[in-house]
Design a binder for this molecule. Structure first.
Ligand SMILES: NC(=O)c1ccc[n+]([C@@H]2O[C@H](COP(=O)([O-])OP(=O)(O)OC[C@H]3O[C@@H](n4cnc5c(N)ncnc54)[C@H](O)[C@@H]3O)[C@@H](O)[C@H]2O)c1
Length: 261
C-alpha cells in the first residue's frame, strides 16, 4: 500500500481526506501547524483503518519545514502516490480596511504553501519515476466574488491556485504526474466560524444554514467527507486521464446566477 500526504490534516476537509484515505487502507502522512491536535488526528486515522499514520508539525508557508517534512515521509513511509495541498486560512476584511499583514499571511499559507507542497511532491515523483497524483484545493472565490465581500486576499490566493494547477499540470505531465484542483463549495468546517465559541458560534451556524438553504441549489452546506470523496477520486486510478482541471463540488453554487431574468 502506498502513502497519501495531506496538509492541513487535523481539521475539516483535510481530516476528511485523511480519514477517507485511511478507510482505503493507505499509509497517511498528516501535516499541520496545530501540534496539539496532530496526535489525536493520527490516532483517529489509525482507528479508521490506515496502514500507518505519520503526524508531522509543518507550517506549509515555510520552505524548510515543507522540505523537511517530505524528507521524513520519504525516510519513514512507503512510496508516496498522492499528495493533497489542502492547508488554508481565510481572513475577511473589506478592501479599504485590509492590512498588508493579512494579505501576506493569506498568500503565504494558501498560495506559497500550495507551491511549496506541490514542488516537493512533483520533485519526489520526478526522482522516483513513479508517477503520482497531486490535488490542490481552490474555491468558488477563484471564479466569482463573494456577495458578502471582504474576500480580496482569499479570492486572489485561490485564483492563484487555480492558475497554478493548470501550469503545474503541464510541467509535471512528462513525468506521469497529474495535477488537479477540487473546488469545494461552502463546507461545514472551522474556517467558516472564525474561532467563534458559545452563542456567537451557534448564531453564525444558524445564519450559514439559513443562507445555504436559500442560496445553494442543493439547499445545504457540504460535509467535509463529501469534498474528500472528490479528492480521493482524483487521487485514484479511476481518474488516470484527468489532469490540469477542476472538479467543482459546490452543490450547484457556481452554476447559479442571482439574476432572476
Ligand atoms: N470550508 C469551506 O467552505 C471551504 C470552501 C472552499 C475551499 N476551502 C478550502 O479548503 C481547505 C481546508 O479548509 P477547511 O475548510 O477544512 O478549514 P479548517 O480551518 O477546518 O482546516 C484548515 C487546516 O489547515 C491547517 N493550517 C492552517 N494554517 C496552516 C499552515 N500554515 N501550515 C499547515 N497547516 C495549516 C489548520 O490547522 C487546519 O487543520 C482550505 O484550503 C480552504 O481554503 C474551504
Amino acid at each position: 500500500m502506498s502513502t497519501v500526504v495531506v496538509t492541513g490534516a487535523v481539521s475539516g476537509i483535510g481530516r476528511g481526506i485523511a480519514l477517507g484515505a485511511a478507510a482505503r487502507g493507505r499509509h497517511v502522512a498528516l501535516l499541520d501547524i496545530d501540534e496539539r491536535a496532530l496526535e489525536d488526528a493520527a490516532a483517529a486515522i489509525l482507528d479508521a483503518g490506515a496502514a500507518s499514520a505519520l503526524p508531522l508539525v509543518c507550517d506549509v508557508s515555510d520552505e524548510h519545514e515543507v522540505d523537511a517534512a517530505f524528507g521524513a515521509i520519504v525516510d519513514r513511509m512507503p512510496v508516496i502516490s498522492g499528495v493533497v495541498a489542502n492547508a488554508g486560512i481565510e481572513v475577511s476584511e473589506p478592501l479599504a480596511d485590509a492590512s498588508v499583514e493579512s494579505w501576506e499571511r493569506v498568500m503565504a499559507v494558501n498560495l506559497r504553501g500550495t507551491f511549496l507542497t506541490s514542488r516537493a511532491a512533483v520533485g519526489y515523483w520526478r526522482d522516483q519515476r513513479s508517477g503520482g497524483s497531486l490535488v490542490c484545493i481552490s474555491s468558488p472565490s477563484a471564479f466569482v466574488g463573494f456577495a458578502g465581500g471582504g474576500n480580496t486576499a482569499y479570492g486572489a490566493s485561490k485564483g492563484g491556485i487555480s492558475a497554478f494547477v493548470r501550469a503545474a499540470a503541464l510541467d509535471a505531465a512528462p513525468d506521469g504526474v497529474r495535477v488537479n484542483a477540487v473546488v469545494p463549495g461552502a463546507t461545514d468546517t472551522d474556517i467558516l466560524y472564525f474561532g467563534l465559541e458559545g452563542e456567537a458560534l451557534s448564531a453564525r451556524r444558524a445564519e450559514l444554514e439559513d443562507a445555504a438553504k436559500r442560496q445553494i441549489p442543493l439547499g445545504r452546506m457540504a460535509r467535509p467527507e463529501e469534498i474528500a470523496d472528490a479528492v480521493l477520486w482524483l487521487l485514484s486510478e479511476e481518474s488516470a486521464y484527468v489532469t490540469g482541471t477542476h472538479l467543482v463540488c459546490d452543490g450547484g453554487l457556481l452554476a447559479k446566477s442571482a439574476n432572476t431574468f
